[in-house]
Ligand binder design. Structure first.
Ligand code: GCW
Length: 736
């Protein structure tokens, strides 16, 4: 535990990510008391023991700590029955009734309101205490102390209460059991193979799955769906004769408070049960699901539930039987209800066989059009899971209007940690700021609730498609680990500042940053922030402009292809012609999509004057000469951002090279990041040149050479021999 998972070749050693041994130093050097029993408390004990073994501290475990005397307070020498008093410890983690003396000592009134996962944390009289009503709270409190490091044991602080904003914080793996002929082992996977599956069978690498569970628990994730939402033949069988494989994963995740979920094939009664139909209203179908689900719970008593992609991109669903999606979802919800399970029903339902000539069909409208008439019809244990934007995980989209339009439905917001459309883990693209913007968006304006509050109040969830795989750095690009970490932390508390979360991740992952006096440490921290804080906006700069989206190569979705999807059936168009570009989604003259928002956004987006620049082309078709709020024309903005995006990447690459000499970053990790930055720069230039050239050719409007903005890429900057302040970068060039 805590040690890297090793295989025979040291070069294959799995990276510790945000839980290196060093990050346990403060806690591991202390005298720790754990009070309470059960699986999760055992995990805390084992974690504390491993830390103390490495760093010289000690752990005492009172599994039945409720026998501890009530007068045992900090400073107290002992109970007289051989149990040292609380004062003999630096850190006390105590559960429920077992915690009685510690609650009093910490000055916290125990009112039993911390919930299933909450904890209280205080430091008083030289003792730090973590108190919880339920075991999971103790586990999360333990990792909080790890995050605090020495700060957990310095100045006294009054009791703080911590509980998650969202009760379900989930990762969906798009992992296939079989290697699929097109999508391979992991659909949209950029991190090697799957942690769970390999070539048709369970991978059986228990150490790896356990290490994954630890990482997830440490950032607050408590649910994992172990297979792709596109459920193929073998994966369909995970529900029945391959259930043992799922149960084995559940056994490994359980000690870290993580429940397993399964993506299921809506047509399972036909595919597995031999029934002639999967009609949700058919009695035989209902009993088949009830019985099958009962068997699932017999082998996985804490099974989380099902995830369903239905009537979407070729997956079967209720439409095939003339039924609604509420009827479809409720069929599964009904089967899960007796066991406390939940069905996550995806709202990603649209026509992927659209005619590009037909400008009235708008894919962005689809989820709202399909699902809002069903508000109030879903069973209580059905959660409607909607992608954060109305299209498909683009680097910039407005927030999905579905999230504001279903007050009587439990809602989950789905993010994509796997960087399908944001550089595929070859590009540095820290997504915390994007997610934070979405979670903090107020669909009803400044006085209304945020998206995170809506999801939380509905009893919903936050979900991300996982970016982790069998790669030794977990995420292909080592810096993409930050996305996984940030997702967990933001799901726990959506109000966290994503840059502060990033800083937390840096501190844990690169302990060299924290040696307070070390200039090199500060340099590394500064470099990581310089590379990552704005990396999402940098990515946005050199790819599709102003929210128009896509322009990627069809199929694999990597790299630029402006017209790649323009004449296809997927509903992802930019409509560029010689005069302008963008999609008219207004009510006045377009598809009417703006009308799916409540006020004020329905008016803001409708209005050309008020629409935020970054979403302009999502909502409006405008001439290239249209003036943005930032004072630029659309065409000049396209040119400028594409130049400056590449320049920013060049600076990132340079910055990374400069920290090599400090030796604070492991050589392999350093090299992996450097190689990926080379590719990012190559690809960003390709984007820049294709986009700029394309729009120059379409519009015939020349690039206005800029005055020196100071934003030129250092490596290619050509200062004028007279010191003149004109930008003369070689890279500010458009190919005609
Ligand atoms: O973005 C698209 C992806 C598909 C994915 C689908 C979905 C799992 O290109 O690979 O399928 O979204 O979210 O269902």
């Amino acid at each position: 535990m805590g040690k890297p998972v090793t295989t025979s070749d040291p070069a294959d050693e799995v990276h510790d990510a945000w839980l290196p041994s060093e990050s346990f130093r403060a806690l591991g050097a202390r005298r720790v008391l754990v009070r309470g029993g059960g699986t999760l408390v055992e995990t805390v004990v084992r974690e504390a023991e491993a830390a103390c073994e490495r760093h010289g501290g000690s752990v005492r475990h009172q599994a039945h700590g409720d026998r501890a005397p009530a007068d045992s307070v900090p400073g107290d020498g002992g109970s007289g029955d051989g149990t040292p008093g609380d004062g003999a410890f630096d850190l006390i983690l105590a559960l429920g009734r077992a915690a009685a003396p510690s609650w009093a000592a910490a000055g916290i009134e125990r009112d039993g309101t911390l919930g299933a996962e909450g904890y209280a944390l205080a430091r008083r009289g030289g003792v730090t205490v973590v108190l919880a009503d339920e075991p999971a709270g103790l586990l999360y409190g333990f990792f909080h102390v790890v995050r605090l490091g020495e700060a957990a044991f310095a100045d006294a602080f009054a009791a703080q209460r911590h509980e998650p904003a969202l009760r379900e914080r989930m990762l969906d793996h798009w992992d296939n059991v079989d290697v699929h002929p097109v999508t391979r082992q992991v659909e949209r996977g950029y991190s090697g193979g799957s942690i769970f599956w390999r070539d048709g069978v369970a991978r059986g690498d228990h150490d790896r799955v356990r290490a994954y569970a630890r990482l997830l628990a440490a950032c607050g994730i408590n649910a994992v769906a172990v297979n792709n939402v596109n459920v193929h033949a073998t994966e369909t069988r995970l529900l029945t004769d391959r259930l043992g494989d799922v149960a084995a994963i559940a056994d490994l995740l359980r000690p870290y408070g993580i429940r397993v979920h399964l993506s299921v094939n809506f047509a399972s009664p036909v595919a597995l049960g031999g029934l002639p139909t999967a009609d949700p209203l058919d009695e035989a179908v209902r009993s088949w699901w009830a019985e099958t689900t009962r068997r699932v719970y017999a082998s996985i008593p804490d099974f989380g539930g099902y995830v369903v992609k239905a009537d979407s991109e070729g997956q079967p669903g209720p439409f095939g039987y003339g039924r609604s999606h509420a009827e479809g979802a409720n069929l599964l919800a009904e089967a899960l209800a007796p066991f406390g399970g939940t069905v996550h029903w995806r709202a990603f339902v649209y026509d992927h066989r659209q005619d590009w000539r037909d400008r009235s069909t708008d894919r962005a409208r689809a989820a709202y059009d399909h699902f809002t008439p069903l508000d109030g019809l879903f069973r209580q244990n059905a959660v409607l899971q909607a992608k954060y934007g109305p299209m498909d995980f683009q680097a910039r989209e407005p927030v999905s209007p579905v999230l504001a339009a279903m007050p009587a439905t439990r809602l989950a917001v789905e993010f994509q940690a796997t960087q399908e459309y944001t550089g595929q883990q070859w590009h540095v693209c820290y997504l915390g700021p994007l997610w934070s913007e979405v979670l903090g968006f107020r669909p009803w304006g400044p006085d209304g609730r945020t998206v995170a509050e809506v999801a939380a109040a509905s009893g919903g969830a936050l979900v991300a498609v996982s970016n982790a795989g069998a790669d030794r750095f977990w995420t292909g690009h080592p810096l993409a680990q930050a996305n996984l970490y940030a997702f967990g932390r933001l799901a726990w508390d959506p109000r966290l500042d994503p840059i502060a979360v990033l800083d937390e991740w840096i501190t844990l992952t690169f302990p060299g940053c924290s040696s307070a006096q070390s200039e090199a440490g500060e340099r590394l921290r500064g470099t990581l922030h310089a590379m990552m804080d704005e990396s999402w906006r940098t990515y946005e700069q050199y790819t599709a402009p102003l929210g128009v989206g896509f322009m990627v190569r069809p199929g694999h979705h990597y790299g630029p292809d402006v017209d790649g999807y323009e004449y296809t059936s997927w509903g992802t168009y930019h409509f560029a012609d010689r005069d302008g570009l963008g999609v008219d989604r207004t009510r006045a003259t377009g598809t009417g999509f703006t009308g799916q928002y409540p006020k004020p956004w329905s008016d803001t987006y409708e209005s050309l004057d008020q629409c935020p620049d970054e979403l302009l082309l999502f909502f409006h078709h405008v001439p290239y000469t249209h003036l943005l709020h930032n004072g630029s024309t659309v065409i000049q903005h396209i040119y400028d951002t594409h130049f400056s995006g590449v320049e920013r990447v060049a600076r990132m690459r340079l910055a990374w090279e400069q920290i090599e000499a400090d030796g604070l970053v492991d050589r392999d990790l350093f090299a992996r990041v450097r190689d990926r930055l080379d590719e990012q720069l190559r690809c960003a230039r390709e984007w820049r040149d294709q986009i700029n050239t394309y729009f120059h050719r379409k519009s015939g409007i020349s690039y206005q050479r800029c005055a020196d903005t100071g934003a030129c890429c250092a490596e290619e900057r050509r200062p004028d021999e007279n010191g003149a302040s004109h930008c003369r970068c070689r890279c500010r060039r458009i190919f005609f």
